[in-house]
Design a protein around this ligand. Structure first.
Ligand SMILES: Cc1cc2nc3c(=O)[nH]c(=O)nc-3n(C[C@H](O)[C@H](O)[C@H](O)COP(=O)(O)O)c2cc1C
Length: 204
C-alpha cells in the first residue's frame, strides 16, 4: 500500500492536524506493514499559486514561452499529480481556517485538480480519473461545526470531500478533532475523539 501523507498546518509544533494525520498514518502502517509513505509538507513548503502562464498551458494548451520559472512551476505541478495518482491512500492534515481550508492546501488542490489528468468532462457530467483510492481527512478545528446549527458554516470538510469525489475518490473518511480551542473540550479531548473516530472506521 502506498500512502500519500500531506500536512498543511504552518505550525510545526503543537499542530493538532499534524498529530492527527501522523496518528492515522501510524495506525495504517501498523495494520499494513508493507506500506510505503510519501510525505508532503505544504505547511513548511507551500506550493505556489497557479500562474496565468501555467494555467494557459494546462487548460488551453496555448503556447507560452517556457521560462525557467514556468518550467519549475510545471515540474512542481506534475510532481504533485504524480504523487497523488501513485498513492492508494491519502491522509490529509487539514486545519479549518476561516470556515474553510488554509491557502497552501487550496494551492495544492489547484495543482492536482486538473482537467484531463485527474478528472474530465463528458456529456454525462464530470468523471474522476483517479478512482479506487481511499482518503482520510485529519480535520482540526478550534470550534465545533458538527452540530445542526453550525454545520452550514463548515466549508472545510464538505469542500475536501467534494473535490476528492470530483477526481473519483469516493471513499473519503473524516477523522475530526474539533473544539480544540474550547475550554469545555480542548486539545487532548479533541484528539482523543479523533482517535476514537479513526478506530471505529478502521475496525468496521
Ligand atoms: C488563520 C486561522 C483561522 C482559523 N479559523 C477558524 C475557524 O474559522 N473556525 C474554527 O473553529 N477554528 C479556526 N481556527 C482555529 C484552528 O482551526 C485550530 O487552531 C486548529 O487546531 C488548527 O490546526 P493546527 O493545530 O493543525 O494548526 C483558525 C486558526 C487560524 C490560525
Amino acid at each position: 500500500m502506498n500512502i500519500l501523507h500531506i500536512d498543511s498546518s504552518p505550525f510545526t509544533a503543537g499542530s493538532v492536524s499534524r498529530e492527527l494525520s501522523a496518528m492515522i498514518v501510524a495506525e495504517l502502517c501498523a495494520r499494513h506493514p508493507e506500506t510505503t509513505v510519501t510525505y508532503r509538507d505544504l505547511g513548511v513548503t507551500p506550493p505556489p499559486h497557479l500562474s496565468a502562464a501555467a494555467m494557459s498551458l494546462l487548460h488551453n494548451a496555448q503556447e507560452e514561452v517556457i521560462t525557467p520559472q514556468l518550467q519549475a512551476e510545471l515540474d512542481g505541478i506534475y510532481q504533485s499529480i504524480e504523487e497523488l495518482t501513485a498513492c492508494d491512500v491519502m491522509v490529509i492534515g487539514a486545519p479549518m481556517y476561516n470556515h474553510a481550508i488554509p491557502g497552501n492546501l487550496k494551492a495544492w488542490i489547484d495543482q492536482v485538480c486538473q482537467k484531463g489528468k485527474t478528472f474530465r468532462y463528458t456529456p454525462q457530467g464530470v468523471v474522476g480519473l483517479i478512482p479506487g483510492k481511499t482518503a482520510y481527512i485529519a480535520s482540526a478545528r478550534g470550534g465545533v461545526y458538527s452540530t445542526p446549527e453550525t454545520l452550514p458554516h463548515d466549508f472545510q470538510e464538505p469542500y475536501l470531500a467534494s473535490i476528492l469525489e470530483l477526481m473519483g475518490v469516493k471513499d473519503c473518511h473524516i477523522i475530526r478533532a474539533e473544539g480544540v480551542s474550547r475550554q469545555a473540550i480542548g486539545r487532548e479531548k479533541g484528539l482523543a475523539e479523533g482517535r476514537e473516530m479513526l478506530l471505529q472506521i478502521l475496525n468496521a
